[in-house]
Structure formats: structure tokens, C-alpha cells
Write a protein that binds this ligand. Structure first.
Ligand code: IMP
Length: 181
């Protein structure tokens, strides 16, 4: 396939991701099934789209989902300020939110989005992420539902990109070093 010359190794196959999404979906169903209202899934564009599409198949609730697109302010990394490129169309007031991420790395993005949603009146905010890179964490954030922990390696595929490429791969893999140079 076209990408194979650039991929050093496959970390997670489509099958493994499906299986784990099933488990996470079941867990989320259990945790929210007795609540008055179903949670609103808020997926962060663009990387979380394939994971969202798989996950929602396995959550047995009357769900809604919406999208946000955010960008860190250049030069203010340490403050975690973000610019909202696309905001939600749904009101979050009184809603139980589950943020859907592709990967939590430093955690700054998700931490700031959580704060913003709580500030706007969300009743609760939890985080589900396909991948977690805890060794890189800088913000005080711990995802509630984690697909897989990964080492400190740059990964692509299943929504994750390098320079907007590789998002469509059906697996998560590590790029060869020469692809960065
Ligand atoms: P954070 O604010 O540092 O947690 O950044 C999270 C975002 O950085 C993710 O949603 C990805 O878009 C991007 N990111 C972090 N690590 C990787 C990686 O290994 N591959 C691709 N994108 C990554």
C-alpha cells in the first residue's frame, strides 16, 4: 500500500482498536445508563473522527454528538490558551459531556476545553481518548476512558496526522524517522 514505505511499525491494528472501542462503549453505557439525560459527545476535530465513528456503535444510549475545532495560541503554550475555530452548535448548559480525543499528549488542549465547557455551564465533563501519552503530560488532566497508552513516539493513522497526511490509515503506526526530516 502507498504508505508502507513510510511506516516503521504498526502499533495497533484496526481489529485491536475495534475491540477496545467495544469495551469502552460498554463501560460508558454502564456509567451513564441511569442518568436522566444521555451525555453529549464532543469530538475534537479532526483527529477524533474515526474513533468517534467506531465508539458510538458500542454505546447503547440515546446519544447526541457535536464537534469543536480548537487551536493552541502560538507562543503561549505554557498558558494553554486556545482559539476556538469551530464552536459547538449545541448548548452545553446542564449537560453531561464526554470529550472525545484522538490522543492526549501534554494535555493542555483538553484541559482548556474542559475548563471552557464547565465555564459555559456543563454539568460534568469526562474525557475519552483513543491514545494516551502520559510521559508527555504537562497539564493536570487524567482521561477517564483510555483506549491505549503509547510511548513517547509520534504516531499516525486512525485520525492522527503528520502535516495532514496519514489520517485515513485504518491502523495506528509509527512513522520512519526520515519522514520528519
Ligand atoms: P496536547 O494539547 O499536547 O495534549 O495535544 C493533543 C493534540 O496534539 C492531539 O489532538 C493531536 O492533534 C496532536 N498530537 C499529539 N501527539 C501526537 C502524535 O503522536 N501524533 C499525531 N498527533 C499528535
Amino acid at each position: 500500500m502507498w504508505e508502507q514505505k513510510n511506516i516503521k511499525k504498526i502499533l495497533l491494528t484496526e481489529e485491536q482498536i475495534k475491540e477496545r472501542s467495544k469495551e469502552l462503549g460498554k463501560q460508558i453505557t454502564e456509567d451513564y445508563k441511569d442518568k436522566e439525560k444521555s451525555p453529549l459527545l464532543v469530538a475534537l476535530l479532526r483527529g477524533s473522527v474515526p474513533f468517534l465513528a467506531e465508539l458510538i456503535k458500542h454505546i447503547d444510549l440515546d446519544l447526541q454528538y457535536d464537534f469543536m475545532d480548537v487551536k493552541s495560541y502560538a507562543g503561549t503554550e505554557s498558558t494553554g490558551d486556545i482559539r476556538i475555530l469551530k464552536d459547538l452548535d449545541t448548548s452545553v448548559k446542564g449537560m453531561d459531556i464526554i470529550l472525545v480525543e484522538d490522543i492526549v499528549d501534554t494535555g493542555r488542549t483538553i484541559h482548556t476545553v474542559c475548563r471552557t465547557l464547565l465555564h459555559k455551564g456543563a454539568a460534568s465533563v469526562k474525557i475519552v481518548t483513543l491514545l494516551d501519552k502520559p510521559s508527555r503530560r504537562e497539564a493536570d488532566v487524567k482521561p477517564d476512558y483510555i483506549g491505549f497508552e503509547v510511548e513517547n513516539e509520534f504516531v499516525v493513522g486512525y485520525g492522527l496526522d503528520f502535516d495532514q497526511h496519514y489520517r485515513t490509515l485504518p491502523y495506528v503506526g509509527v512513522l520512519k524517522d526520515e519522514c520528519y526530516q
